[in-house]
Design a protein around this ligand. Structure first.
Ligand code: BES
Ligand code: MN
Ligand code: MN
Length: 474
C-alpha cells in the first residue's frame, strides 16, 4: 500500500501522492465477500483476513498473524517501539452483513462503484472502509516517519456481524499480550448532518425467536377452522402484548435495571444540533414513533427497545391457499441500555411469553444472541485526545453522543482487559449499513486517515504534557 520508492517528506504529500493506490487497494478489499453469517462464505472471510494481514505487513506493522478462533480468524499485528509512550488497541471488523435483498442494489454489492463522493459496496462503511483507513494511516506513518508516535496493537475480527463470541474467547485467551492504555474502536459514525462525533454509549442486544406450533401438519381451513386455534393469530396476540400503544414494553420487570439519564445528560442531548424533520425525511418514514415521555434522540440511543425483526409462517405464495398453518415464527430482539443484563431480559421475555401463550398451541422461546450495553468515558485523556484528532482533521470539534447500535465486544474490552474504550468512528449518518446500496463517504474516509494520525499524535503528546493519561488507569 505504501509506496516506499518515493517516500515523500510529509505525511500530507505522501497521502496526496498515494490516493489512487489506496482507492485501488480499498476496492480490492471490498471485493472479498466476507459475510460472516453465511457458512458458504467461510473461505471468503479467511481471504479477507489474509488480505488484511498482508496489507498490515506491507505497511510495516510487525508480528502480523492470522489466528484461528472458534469462528473466523482474528488478524493481529503490532508496532511497539515507542518506548514510554502509551499503547492503544485498534479494533474493527472485516466481516460484513448479508446482501439480501439483492435486487434492490443498483450495482453488485461486491463490485465497488464510485459515484461522486460515494463509494458503493457492502462493507464500505461497516466496517471495511474504516479499518482500511487505519491500515493506510499505519502505512503513511511508517513510510514518512519510519515510526508510530505511540505503541499500537491491531485486532481485527471476522465475527462482529454475527455476535463476536469467537473474539471474546480470543481476547480472554490472549489477554497477557493485549496490555494497553485504551481500546480505540472505529466502527461508529458521525452525528446527523455529518458532524464529527465521539460515541460514548452503545446499546446492548438480546435476540430471541418465538415458535408457535399448532399441529404436526397444515390443516384444511374449511374442515378444521373454528375448532382449533391459529398459530399465526396466537403469535400476533403474543407480540401485540409485548408493547403498549405508548411505546412502553410490557414485559414485567423489563425496566427494572434501566439506568435513567440524569437531567444534565438530558440537557446535553437536547443541545445537540438535531433536526428532527430532516431526520424523518432522511429515514423515509411518514412519522417518528416511540416511547412516550422521551425525545427522538433519547429514544434511539438511550432507551431500551423491542422490535420484531422477522415474522413468518403459513402460505406466502401468490394467490390463496386455504390452510390453517401448522406453525408460525418470529424473531424478536430488544436493544438494551446500562445496566440491563441480556440474559436476565431473555428470561423475563420467555417467562412472560409462556405465561400469556394462548390455549391450543405449543409456544417456545429460545435465545439467539446477546450483547452487553456499554457507557464509555467522556472525560478520559485518550477520549479527549481522539476528540482533538477529529477536530484537527475535520475542522470541527466532535459532539459526544450515544448510539443505538451495538458493539458487544466494547463491554469485553472493558471487563476482560480492563481498558477504557474510545469509540472513534468516521461514517456518515445514513450510509445504509446492513441495507442495499451501502456507501462510504470518500471525503470522510480521506479525513479519517488524517484523524487517525492526529489522534495518535495527540495521545503521544499526553505523556509529554504531564502524563495525564494515568489519571484513570491507576
Ligand atoms: N457498526 C455496527 C454498530 C453500530 C450500529 C454503530 C449503528 C453505530 C451505529 C456493528 O457492525 C453492528 O452492526 N452491530 C450489530 C451487533 C449485533 C450483530 C450483535 C448491531 O448493532 O446490530
Ligand atoms: Mn460495524
Ligand atoms: Mn454492522
Amino acid at each position: 500500500m505504501s509506496d516506499r520508492t518515493t517516500t515523500p517528506a510529509t505525511l500530507d504529500d505522501h497521502l496526496d501522492a498515494t490516493r489512487d493506490a489506496r482507492l485501488a487497494s480499498l476496492h480490492e478489499f471490498l471485493r472479498i465477500p466476507s459475510i460472516s453469517a453465511l457458512p458458504e462464505h467461510a473461505a471468503d472471510a479467511r481471504r479477507a483476513a489474509d488480505w488484511l494481514a498482508d496489507a498490515l505487513g506491507t505497511a510495516g506493522v510487525e508480528n502480523v498473524e492470522v489466528t484461528e478462533t472458534s469462528g473466523h480468524p482474528v488478524v493481529y499485528g503490532d508496532w511497539l517501539h515507542a518506548d514510554g509512550a502509551p499503547t492503544v488497541i485498534v479494533y474493527g471488523h472485516y466481516d460484513v452483513q448479508p446482501v439480501d435483498p439483492l435486487d434492490e442494489w443498483t450495482s453488485p454489492p461486491f463490485e465497488p462503484v464510485v459515484d461522486g463522493d460515494r463509494l458503493l459496496a457492502r462493507g464500505a462503511a461497516d466496517d471495511k472502509g474504516q479499518i482500511h483507513a487505519h491500515v493506510v494511516a499505519a502505512a503513511a506513518l511508517l513510510a514518512t516517519r519510519g515510526r508510530f508516535p505511540i505503541n499500537v496493537k491491531y485486532v481485527f475480527e471476522g465475527d462482529e456481524e454475527s455476535s463476536s463470541v469467537p473474539l471474546e474467547g480470543w481476547l480472554t485467551a490472549n489477554q497477557h499480550r493485549l496490555a494497553a492504555d485504551a481500546a480505540i474502536i472505529s466502527d461508529t459514525g458521525f452525528f446527523d448532518g455529518n458532524i464529527p462525533a465521539i460515541t460514548v454509549g452503545l446499546r446492548g442486544l438480546m435476540y430471541a425467536q418465538i415458535d408457535v406450533q399448532l399441529s404436526p401438519v397444515d390443516l384444511h381451513s374449511g374442515s378444521y377452522g373454528g375448532a382449533v386455534n391459529n398459530p399465526a393469530i396466537a403469535l400476533a396476540q403474543i407480540i401485540a402484548a409485548l408493547k403498549g400503544p405508548d411505546g412502553r414494553i410490557r414485559i414485567p420487570g423489563f425496566y427494572d435495571d434501566v439506568l435513567e439519564l440524569t437531567e444534565v445528560e438530558r440537557a446535553a442531548m437536547a443541545d445537540l444540533p438535531f433536526d428532527e424533520e430532516a431526520y424523518r425525511a432522511a429515514v423515509g418514514v411518514s412519522a417518528l414513533v416511540g416511547e412516550a415521555g422521551y425525545t427522538t434522540l433519547e429514544r434511539k440511543a438511550t432507551r431500551p427497545t423491542l422490535d420484531v425483526n422477522g415474522i413468518w409462517g403459513g402460505f406466502q405464495g401468490e394467490g390463496s391457499k386455504t390452510i390453517i398453518p401448522a406453525k408460525a415464527h418470529a424473531k424478536v430482539s430488544t436493544r438494551l441500555v446500562a445496566r440491563q443484563d441480556p440474559h436476565d431480559v431473555f428470561e423475563k421475555l420467555r417467562d412472560f411469553v409462556l405465561e400469556i401463550a394462548p390455549p391450543g398451541v405449543e409456544v417456545s422461546v429460545h435465545l439467539l444472541g446477546t450483547g452487553r450495553p456499554t457507557v464509555t468515558p467522556i472525560d478520559h485523556p485518550i477520549t479527549r485526545a481522539a476528540a482533538r484528532g477529529l477536530e484537527a482533521a475535520f475542522g470541527r470539534a466532535p459532539v459526544y453522543r450515544r448510539e443505538g447500535g451495538s458493539i458487544p465486544v466494547a463491554a469485553t474490552f472493558e471487563s476482560v482487559l480492563g481498558l477504557p474504550v474510545v469509540l472513534e468512528g468516521f461514517t456518515q449518518p445514513h450510509e445504509r449499513a446492513h441495507a442495499p446500496n451501502e456507501w462510504l463517504d470518500l471525503g470522510n474516509y480521506e479525513k479519517a486517515i488524517r484523524a487517525i494520525v492526529a489522534t495518535f499524535d495527540e495521545i503521544a503528546a499526553l505523556d509529554r504534557t504531564g502524563g495525564d493519561r494515568r489519571s484513570t488507569d491507576g
